[in-house]
Design a protein around this ligand. Structure first.
Ligand code: IVH
Length: 719
C-alpha cells in the first residue's frame, strides 16, 4: 500500500474515533478547527483518488438523492410494539402474569429504559459495517431509508472494534429522535422561514427520516439510541444487560438512564424517579419501558397480538395543559344539532396542537360555565379528542356566561329546544314510580305483560341538553353537512369532492340533491370553466363518481344521514332487510327486532321514510346506482356468530377492519367498538392498544392476528 493510501485510511480511523468521542461519549478531545482540518485532508485525498472511496468513509454520510420513493424492505423479524400499563395495578398484573408463566422460583429481573418519543428504526450491520437502515413501517414491511440513516452522526457507519467480536449480521433496533433544545431551535427556524412548524419531536423525527433528499435529513438534528436487537448471526447473548454493554463497546449510542431492576418494586421506583425528573431530561419521553432481562425467559413468554409478553410500556398520566378561552361558538352539524365549541389559544397537549375543544351540550356548558377570557385546563390522552377538564375563572371582569342562542347562527331559523319524553309506570294506589322508559312503546309493552289494574303510564317531558336548528334543508350548514357526509369515505366514498369543491358546486346550483351528483358529467363543459376545475380534475371527479355508483347497500343506507343511524346500524339494517325497498317498507315493529335498534332509533328511521322530500330524493337517486345487496341468511340461530359480542382493534390486513366487521355482522355477531365484560372475543390486529389491555384485564378471549382467518371461517374452534 502506498503512503498516501495508508494516510487516507488512518485519517478515516482518526475521524471515526473523534466522532465516537464527540457523539457517543460526549467528550471531545480536539478542537473543531483540528477536526475540520482532518476532514479537509480526507476530502482532498478522495477528490484525487475517487476510486478509494468506500461507503464507510466519514465523508459519505450524505449520499445521492434517490430517484423516486423509498423501496419497501421486509424485516428479517417482525418489529413488535409494546402493550401499555397506565397505572401501578396494570404493571403489577403484568408482573403477576410473568411470574405465573415462568414459575415462582425464578427471580425476574427487568431492564428499565425511558420510552423515547421518536421513530423506531432497524439498522443492519454486516461484519461491522452499516449496510441498511429501515423504518419500522407496519412492523413487517418497512422502508429502506439507508441514505438518510447514514446522515445521523451518532449512528456509526462502522462498529468499533472491541473485545466483543462483530457478528456476521446484527440488526440493531432503536429510536431516532430530536432532543428538546434542538426541536425548539428547529421550529424557531421554521417559523422564521415561514415554514410549517412540527407539532412534536416525534413528527419532526419521522418526517425528517422520510425526506427523499438526504441533504435535508442531514440538516435535521437527529439522534439515536439503541433499544433492542433483531436478527443476530454469529454471536449469542444471555440477557439485555449484556446486549447493551456490548452495543456500547461497539460504539452504538445507549441511553445512560437505562437501569437493571431486580424486583417489580424497583421498577416502580424507577418509574417515579424518571417521572419526577422528566422535565430535566433533554429529550421527550412518554413513559418508561420494562423488559424481562433474560433472553431465555423472553423466548418462553413469547408474544401475543404483536406485543411481546415480556415487555410493557408504563405510560405517564395524560397531560393537563393550561390555556385561555378566546371565543365560544355554537356550531351546526349536519343533523342540525348545535354544539358549543370553545376556541382556545393554541396549546400543545401531549404532542398535538389544540385550538378548539368541544363542550358537547348545554349540560356540559352548565357544568363548566366557561367565559371568554377564562383560563381552562385541557386534557388529551392518546388519540382521544381534547376535553376541557376545568375552567379557571379570571377573578376580575369576567365575561358574560354563555346562553343558548335563540336563532341558528347560520340561517337564523328559530332553535328547537328539544324535549325528550320519559314514560314512567306508576302504581296508581301509592303514586310510586315502578319503572321508567325512554319510549312509550316499551312502557306499553310493560303494561301488557304486567297486567294489573293499578298500573298506569305517566308521560313526562324533560328538557334535552341538545338544541337544534329548525331550518332543515334551508340551513346552509345542514344542507352542506348532508352532502359532506354523503360523499365521505365511509359513506359513498367519492374522492375529489372535498369541502371547497362541494361548496362551489352547491353554490352554483349544480348540486341540489343527491342524484345531481350522478348527473354532473352532463355538465362537463360548464364544470371545466369553473375556477379550480381543469379538464384533468373534472375527469378524475367523474371517474370517482362513477366508481362510487356501485355501492354496498349498507353504505348507501349510512350515506343518507338518517339521524341515529351510524355505520353499525346501517349494516344491521342492510343485513336484515336485504334491500332498500325492504328497509323503506319496514314497520316500527320490524325495526325494533333488529340488533342494536331500540324504539328511539326505530322512530327516527320511520320518520325519515315517511318524509316525502326524503322519498323523492331516494327515488331519484336509486336509478343512478348499482346497489350490491347482501346475501340474506335464513335463520339467525344458524348463523356462525349468533349471540356473540365481538370487538375489533388494531390494524388488520389484508382485509380491512370494516370488511371483517361486515362479515361478522352478516353472520349474526354483535360488533361493538368498546370492550366490556359482555364482550366474548376481541380480534386484535397490529398495534392494538388500550382495548387489548382492557380485554386482557377483563379476561376477554383474544383472537390474534394469525388466527383471524380461522376464526372467521370456523369460530367453533375457539369456543
Ligand atoms: S422496545 C418489543 N424500548 O415504542 C418492543 N421501544 O410500542 C419493541 N420505543 O415502536 C420496542 N422507546 O418506537 C422499546 N426504550 C424503548 C423504547 C421503545 C420508545 C417505541 C418504539 C416502538 C414503540 C413500541
Amino acid at each position: 500500500m502506498n503512503d498516501l493510501k495508508e494516510r487516507y485510511l488512518s485519517i478515516q480511523k482518526i475521524i471515526r474515533t473523534h466522532d465516537y468521542e464527540y457523539y457517543i461519549l460526549d467528550d471531545s478531545k480536539i478542537s473543531d478547527q483540528e477536526y475540520d482540518e482532518l476532514f479537509r485532508e480526507l476530502r482532498q485525498i478522495e477528490s484525487e483518488n475517487p476510486d478509494w472511496i468506500t461507503p464507510e468513509s466519514p465523508s459519505q454520510r450524505v449520499g445521492i438523492k434517490p430517484e423516486s420513493d423509498f423501496a419497501t424492505f421486509k424485516h428479517f423479524q417482525q418489529m413488535l410494539s409494546l402493550a401499555n400499563a397506565f397505572n401501578e395495578e396494570d404493571l403489577r398484573n403484568f408482573h403477576d402474569r410473568i411470574v405465573k408463566n415462568l414459575g415462582k422460583a425464578k427471580q425476574i429481573k427487568y431492564f428499565c429504559e425511558p420510552k423515547m418519543d421518536g421513530a423506531a428504526v432497524s439498522l443492519i450491520y454486516e461484519k461491522g459495517i452499516l449496510t441498511k437502515g429501515i423504518t419500522r413501517g407496519d412492523g413487517t414491511l418497512g422502508e429502506d431509508i439507508t441514505s438518510n440513516i447514514r446522515t445521523i452522526r451518532s449512528i456509526p457507519l462502522t462498529l468499533r472494534e472491541s473485545v466483543n467480536p462483530f457478528p456476521d449480521l446484527v440488526e440493531v433496533r432503536g429510536e431516532v429522535f430530536i432532543s428538546k433544545p434542538n426541536f425548539n431551535a428547529l421550529n424557531l427556524k421554521a417559523k422564521q422561514n415561514g415554514d410549517k412548524v412540527f407539532a412534536n419531536p416525534r413528527n419532526a423525527a419521522a418526517g425528517s427520516l422520510r425526506q427523499l433528499d438526504p441533504a435535508i435529513t442531514s440538516s435535521r438534528p437527529l439522534a439515536f439510541f439503541a433499544h433492542g436487537i433483531g436478527i443476530c448471526k454469529g454471536v449469542e447473548f444471555i440477557d439485555l444487560q449484556e446486549i447493551f454493554s456490548v452495543f456500547a463497546s461497539w460504539g452504538l449510542p445507549v441511553n445512560n438512564l437505562n437501569k437493571l431492576a431486580t424486583s417489580i418494586e424497583d421498577c416502580l421506583k424507577y418509574f417515579k424517579k424518571i417521572e419526577s425528573t422528566r422535565d430535566s431530561i433533554p429529550f421527550e419521553i412518554d413513559g418508561v419501558v420494562f423488559k424481562v432481562n433474560e433472553l431465555t425467559s423472553q423466548n418462553q413468554l413469547g408474544e401475543i397480538a404483536r406485543s411481546p409478553r415480556w415487555a410493557i410500556a408504563h405510560k405517564f398520566p395524560a397531560e393537563e395543559v393550561y390555556t385561555e378561552i378566546e371565543k365560544i361558538d355554537f356550531q351546526v352539524g349536519r343533523t342540525g344539532i348545535l354544539t358549543p365549541v370553545a376556541k382556545l389559544k393554541t396549546v400543545n397537549v401531549g404532542g398535538v396542537n389544540v385550538s378548539n375543544c368541544t363542550l358537547h351540550n348545554l349540560d356540559e356548558l352548565t357544568r363548566l360555565d366557561p367565559r371568554v377570557g377564562d383560563g381552562a385546563l385541557i386534557k388529551r390522552a392518546g388519540d382521544v379528542i381534547p376535553k376541557m377538564v376545568k375552567v379557571i375563572p379570571k377573578k376580575q371582569n369576567r365575561g358574560k356566561g354563555v346562553a343558548a342562542p335563540s336563532k341558528c347562527p347560520s340561517c337564523q331559523s328559530p332553535i328547537d329546544f328539544n324535549y325528550q319524553s320519559e314514560w314512567t309506570i306508576i302504581d296508581t294506589k301509592t303514586s310510586n314510580p315502578v319503572k321508567k322508559f325512554s319510549s312509550s312503546y316499551e312502557a306499553q309493552k310493560y303494561l301488557e305483560t304486567n297486567q294489573s289494574a293499578n298500573l298506569n303510564i305517566l308521560e313526562e317531558r324533560i328538557e334535552s341538553p341538545f338544541i337544534k336548528c329548525s331550518g332543515g334543508n334551508n340551513c346552509p350548514e345542514i344542507f352542506q353537512g348532508k352532502f359532506t357526509h354523503f360523499v365521505s369515505r365511509k359513506a359513498m366514498d367519492i374522492d375529489g369532492l372535498g369541502q371547497e369543491i362541494l361548496l362551489t358546486l352547491i353554490n352554483k346550483q349544480f348540486i341540489k340533491d343527491f342524484a345531481d351528483i350522478y348527473s354532473l358529467k352532463r355538465h362537463r363543459v360548464e364544470l371545466e370553466k369553473l375556477e379550480r376545475f381543469g379538464e384533468k380534475s373534472v375527469d378524475n371527479l367523474i371517474k370517482s363518481i362513477d366508481k362510487s355508483a356501485s355501492v354496498e347497500l349498507y353504505r348507501l343506507v349510512f350515506s343518507l344521514g338518517i339521524e341515529e343511524v351510524g355505520e353499525t346500524t346501517a349494516r344491521n339494517l342492510a343485513n336484515i332487510f336485504g334491500s332498500m325497498e325492504a328497509i323503506q317498507e319496514s314497520s316500527f315493529e320490524d325495526l325494533i327486532a333488529v340488533p342494536d335498534i331500540g324504539p328511539r332509533v326505530a322512530a327516527k328511521i320511520t320518520d325519515y321514510f315517511s318524509n316525502t322530500e326524503n322519498i323523492a330524493s331516494l327515488k331519484a337517486l336509486i336509478p343512478c346506482l348499482s346497489i350490491i345487496n347482501p346475501k340474506l341468511n335464513i335463520s339467525r340461530e344458524d348463523m356462525k356468530f349468533s349471540g356473540l359480542q365481538i370487538a375489533i382493534t388494531g390494524k388488520i390486513s389484508p382485509m380491512s377492519r370494516d370488511e371483517i366487521k361486515n362479515l361478522l355482522i352478516l353472520d349474526g355477531a354483535k360488533v361493538t367498538s368498546s370492550i366490556s365484560k359482555k364482550t366474548d372475543y376481541l380480534i386484535a390486529g397490529e398495534n392494538a392498544g388500550s382495548k387489548l389491555e382492557k380485554a386482557k384485564s377483563l379476561g376477554v378471549r383474544i383472537i390474534e392476528k394469525g388466527d383471524i382467518d380461522t376464526f372467521i371461517n370456523d369460530p367453533k374452534k375457539f369456543f
